[in-house]
Design a protein around this ligand. Structure first.
Ligand SMILES: [Zn+2]
Ligand SMILES: [Zn+2]
Length: 234
């Protein structure tokens, strides 16, 4: 006798809290209301809120970043953080699709861009089994049709955690930590690039990677991330 499919009508669960949401969306109303979708206007380069939309903020004027702008889906709220942790440690790759759904709005502004994930150090990939930024990049690409280059940037040294270090010390820590895979320069040269990250915090790592891509001839490098921490010094 044939068994009826048991998962025929599983209730929809919220991607944030896991409670049955009953709705067609990915989040329950409570989690959805906690997600702070970031507006497009902010500092032209880092997207931090500024008094005059489209201007450049003080820190970016002092020390212009190597990238051409940060495109973040949401502010780093509790819900945004929980989702990032779920993807990173919870072995729930489906979470990447939920993030990507809110990131495509930004990705579609650069239809010809190549998606490049922030590289993890090899030992971290061995530990965890995957690079969460690559999972996100692949989910975005499934929606936009953009090309993903899984690992054009190589880590050449193991960096210490950057939290707690000053801006200068962070810059020093990541200096020389990345290099371009010579075999993949051709895929980057003259192309716009979206550097994909889960959570954008200090920007030291992404900035170093953007520098590597620019030296390899990338036309523009924007940071495409799920969430970003808006408070300076965090
Ligand atoms: Zn929820
Ligand atoms: Zn700025």
């Amino acid at each position: 006798m044939l068994m009826a499919p048991v998962n025929f009508a599983l209730p929809k669960r919220c991607a944030g809290c896991g409670h049955i949401s009953g709705a067609d969306g990915n989040f329950c109303i409570r989690c959805w209301s906690q997600l702070d979708i970031l507006p497009d206007e902010g500092c032209q380069l880092c997207n931090q809120p500024v008094a005059l939309a489209g201007s450049i903020c003080g820190p970016c004027l002092d020390e212009p970043p190597k990238h051409d702008g940060v495109l973040a889906a949401v502010d780093y709220s509790d819900t945004a953080r929980d989702l990032a942790l779920k993807l990173k440690y919870g072995r729930k790759p489906g979470v990447a699709d939920v993030m990507a759904a809110l990131m495509v709005r930004h990705a579609r502004r650069y239809p010809d861009a190549v998606l490049v994930p922030i590289p993890l150090h090899r030992w971290r990939i061995w530990n965890r089994g995957f690079n969460q930024s690559l999972l996100i990049a692949r989910s975005v690409a499934r929606l936009t049709g953009q090309k993903v280059l899984p690992s054009p940037i190589l880590r050449t040294k193991r960096t210490s955690p950057l939290g707690g270090l000053s801006r200068t010390a962070r810059g020093r820590e990541v200096r020389g930590a990345f290099t371009m895979d010579p075999a993949q320069i051709g895929a980057i040269k003259g192309r716009p690039v979206l550097l994909v990250d889960d959570v954008y915090t200090t920007g030291a790592t992404t900035n170093a990677c953007a520098g590597v891509l620019k030296r390899a001839g990338a036309q523009k490098v924007h940071i495409l991330c799920w969430a970003r921490v808006l408070k300076e010094g965090a």
